[in-house]
Every structure is written in C-alpha cells, then in structure tokens.
Ligand binder design. Structure first.
Ligand SMILES: Nc1ncnc2c1ncn2[C@@H]1O[C@H](COP(=O)(O)OP(=O)(O)OP(=O)(O)O)[C@@H](O)[C@H]1O
Length: 510
C-alpha cells in the first residue's frame, strides 16, 4: 500500500519543482486537510473521520545555506535543500515568532554540560528539523510533538536532547522512556543518549529482552530505552517507578503504533503512564501512512506537528536496480555472484523469512564467503554481537529480515539487496501479498545520493544502490507496484552478463 501522502508530495513536487529550489515556500494544502480530519476507530476496527481544529501552518524557507560549515562534520545534514512545515497546536501563538526557530544550540538555553556533549559529538549547529523542532520540544509547558522527516535528518538527536534536558539529575528515578521497534535500534538510540549525556550524570537502562535479571526489583536510571513488550512488562511488574516520568518518546512511531504490529504493546505502555501530571509524548518517524497518521494524533493529542521534506523525495531517487532471476534458486546463485560487489563497502540483504536468512548464510559460509545473519529468532546476546561486528565493519555482508529494516544507521552500508521484496503480510501475518512500500522506503531510502541521507544506503551523500530480485510474474508485478508508487524507474540489470552487471554497479557507486 502506498502512502497517499507521499504520492501527493510527488505530484506537488513535479508541479512546483522550480519553487522548491528557491526560497519560495509552498503551503501544503494536502497536509492541511489531512491534519484537519483525524480518524477514530469504531467498534469494528474501522476508522471514521472526526473533525479537528484547523492548524496554523508555517513553512521555513527552502534556501540552501552556505558557509559556516565545520569541516569533517556531517555538513550535508546542515546544508540541504529542504522544506519544513510546522503545524502549531496552540493557534493563539504567533507562528512566525523567532521563538520557534533557532540557528544555534546556544539559543536553546541548554545546560552547559549538554552543550558540551553536543559539541563533543561534532555537531556545530542544529540540522533543519532540529532548528524548528527543538524550540517546540523544549518549550514549557511541555507540548506533544509529531515529527516526520527522512532518515538521517537528525530526529534521534532531537528527541534524545529533549529527554536529557528534561531530566532532573538530582532525582534518581526514571524520567524519560523511549521505545523503538527493535533491540538493535534501542541500542543505537542509547549510544546517542550516552554520547550526548557524556558530561552529565545521566543514568541509563535498557528495557530489552534478557538485559535485566528476571528478579530485578527497581530501576533508578533516569532514561530507559527499550522495546515495547519488555518495557510494558517492567512497568507492569513495577520495576520501573513511573511517578517521575516526564517524557515518552516513540521512534519509528508509525511502526510502533501500527495496530497490526507493535501497536497493542505500545498502547499498554502509554496506558500505564502516570495521570497525576502531564507526560510529553513525542512521536518521530520517516513515514506516516495515512491510517497511522490519524491514530498518532489521538495518541499524542494537541501535538505540534513538524514535517521536513526534501525536494528529491520520490523524484530522482537513489539508484535502484532489479534482476530478473529465473527462479527462487537462481536468486541464490545471483547473490553469490554479487559477492565481490557486496563487499566493496558493506551490504544488507533483506529476506522475508528467518529461515531463508539462515539458509543463505549457511550456504554462503560453506562456500567460503564471509557473511552474517541476524533475525528475531536469534538470542539476545547473539543479536548484539552480530550487529556490533557489522557496525565495526568486521562483517561486510549482513543477511537479515525486516527486524532491522528501520532506523539502523551504519555509514559504510552502500548496498541493499531485496532478496525478497517486503510484503504487507510480513507486517500483519495476513494473506496480503501487496508490496509494503513504507518498509521498502525504510530499507533502502528513495532519494539520490546527494540528499542528506537515505535509509540504509547513501547516507550523508555517499553513494548507494539497491537491487531487487524478482523471479516470477508475481514478484515482478510487486516490484512494478513499488516502482509506480515511488514514481521512479527501477533499472533492469542482466543476470547473465556478470561484467556488465559489475560495471553498471561500480559506476553507480562512484
Ligand atoms: N546537528 C547536527 N549536526 C551534525 N550531525 C548531526 C546533527 N544532528 C544529528 N547528526 C548526525 O546525523 C546522523 C543522523 O542523525 P539521526 O540519527 O538523529 O537522524 P534520524 O533522523 O533519527 O535518522 P533515522 O530516521 O534513520 O533514525 C547521526 O550520525 C547524527 O549523529
């Protein structure tokens, strides 16, 4: 299913392409209408529209900034063509107030220890989304936030900074909770918490499987990052004292709220939050399909909304290829023949099933290739060491399932292979064989290498390519649907001409 929002953006982008390149701003009428009407789930589980107040929409300019770069830092993140749309919850306030935009971290009035942490991470100034999101996230009284921007635009840093700045370090109780869809992503987020909080006294704890002893009685850490099932369990057993919780963050929020996926667990966590005082709810994701978008407004009521969109979304796109394999077995042969290319940088191979990932990795290993496989059936410590080895570059090829399709930030990854295309039925265990376009976007990203970052490939202006394997009419049609939804041609590469294949790919990676 394609997010209509992205399709509309695409059409709009085509119509207004010149404007995007200038400082002219374009109010997003489509978004206006989608935020004005939210949906409510009725007893049968269907969504019906309820009318919400019209938002005030302000747009930041779309100018590309120049100069003021700190060499060696992720400057693409800072200097990018962009469009930010802010929808303020409080319609009485002046949306053009400079209070709602900052150009430096100093303007945010952060504690010196936090500023030190930020600079120590090499950040010289806020990214585009941070410029607009941070003043809103940090303002008092705390207001909920629903934020959407592509992978790698600085969302994690924004919500981590919010959690850290709201913690009272003199109180040894949990004060911020953050949920992510996988332990790998929770660990990645925690690494940002510890890096940014390096000069503070922040205490942290994981709420991920097998991290705490079963008989753990009390967590006193200030910030807890985890996955929804384990977080809910620790809350239910009162291992987490909730009395001082001030912030509740969902990363990859659309995934976390999806009724067919983690939605129930996430809701359980939310329902256990204290009602004695307000808790700031922060939702961030790169994608918000329409049905989740509506639900998210109920989950985080009266939220400020912020969206950042790069002009290239779905228009130019990352280099995407497909290979027409003869049958399922031929996919394996092709993958093996790609091995040299896969190890130029690092690669992630996505499969539909855990057993496929294991089978391919066992066969490739037996044939002398060095690959690793990671999926949800592996035990916790094994998962940690596999992703750590991959992060450190000790393994170059990772064969996996959708478990790490979202949010994993590994700079060296420049190739993604969709050994199996992502399908809707992987999300909801249904018989729905339509392609899952959101997951596809998360797996590979969809913009060209010159955007600030993409999904797993091409982050920070590095080049990246994706290759889709199709092997019959059904898979070909599924890929065609993805192609149509993204509005970008996926180029065929012959599977019988290895030299041409290598040449094309090397050229794409240059
Ligand atoms: N202000 C900044 N200046 C420089 N680098 C930054 C800044 N903010 C974030 N980064 C870096 O940019 C990269 C992407 O940021 P971050 O992980 O916060 O993005 P994201 O939008 O959360 O991505 P994803 O959707 O994939 O989780 C990280 O390596 C981070 O350290």
């Amino acid at each position: 299913m394609m997010d209509g929002w992205i399709t509309r953006r695409f059409v709009l982008a085509l119509l207004t392409r010149r404007s995007y390149r200038t400082t002219i701003t374009i109010p997003f009428l489509f978004n206006l209408s989608s935020t004005m009407a939210s949906l409510e789930k009725d007893a049968d589980g269907f969504y019906t529209p309820v009318v919400a107040p019209a938002p005030v929409i302000i747009s930041a300019d779309a100018a590309t900034e120049s100069g003021d770069k700190k060499p060696g830092v992720n400057s693409d993140l800072i200097d990018s063509t962009f469009e930010v749309t802010v929808t303020l919850a409080d319609q009485q306030v002046d949306p053009n107030s400079p209070l709602y935009s900052v150009k430096t971290f100093e303007e945010l009035g952060l504690h010196q220890d936090l500023l030190k942490g930020i600079y120590d991470m090499g950040f010289s100034k806020p990214s585009k989304i941070q410029e607009r999101a941070l003043p809103l996230l940090l303002s008092n009284p705390p207001t909920n936030m629903i934020g959407q921007s592509q992978s790698g635009t600085g969302k994690t840093a924004a919500f981590v900074l919010t959690m850290l700045s709201r913690v009272d370090f003199t109180i040894n109780k949990p004060q911020a909770l953050c949920l992510a869809p996988s332990r790998e992503l929770a660990r990645q987020i925690m690494s940002v918490v510890t890096a940014m909080g390096k000069f503070t006294n922040v205490q942290t704890e994981y709420a991920i499987k097998d991290n705490l002893p079963r008989n753990a009685t009390q967590i006193t850490a200030h910030i807890i990052v985890g996955t929804p099932g384990t977080m809910a369990d620790l809350m239910r057993r009162r291992v987490i004292d909730l009395s001082e919780i001030k912030v509740f963050v969902l990363d990859e929020a659309d995934n976390m709220l999806d009724q067919d996926g983690l939605g129930d667990q996430t809701l359980r966590v939310k329902n256990m939050l204290p009602r004695t005082h307000p808790v700031q709810i922060i939702l961030f994701s790169a994608t918000f399909p329409d049905h989740v978008r509506a639900y998210s407004s109920k989950f985080a009521p009266s939220a400020n909304k912020i969206e950042l969109q790069k002009e290239e979304l779905s228009v130019d796109s990352i280099r995407q290829f497909y290979m027409d394999c003869k049958n399922a077995e031929h996919k394996y042969d092709i993958l093996v023949s790609l091995y040299q290319l896969l190890t130029i940088g690092q690669s992630i191979i996505f499969c539909q099933h855990r057993h496929t990932a294991d089978r391919i990795s066992a066969r490739m290993t037996a044939e002398g290739h060095k690959v690793a496989s990671l999926h949800g059936a592996k035990d916790a410590s094994e998962r940690d060491s596999i992703i750590d080895r991959f992060r450190e570059g000790r393994d170059k090829v990772l064969i996996t399932t959708n478990v790490i399709a979202r949010g994993i930030d590994i700079l060296q990854v420049n190739m993604v292979v969709n050994y199996d295309l992502p399908l809707m039925n992987e999300r909801d265990k249904s018989a729905d064989e339509r392609p899952d376009v959101e997951t596809y976007i998360h797996r590979i990203g969809t913009s060209p290498p010159n955007r600030l970052t993409t999904g797993r490939t091409g982050r920070f202006g590095r080049k990246g390519i994706s290759i889709n394997f199709v092997h019959d009419k059904k898979t070909w049609l599924q890929m065609e649907q993805i192609e149509k939804a993204l509005g970008k041609k996926i180029i065929r590469i012959e599977t019988n001409d290895l030299d041409e294949m290598e040449e094309k790919m090397k050229k794409a990676l240059k």
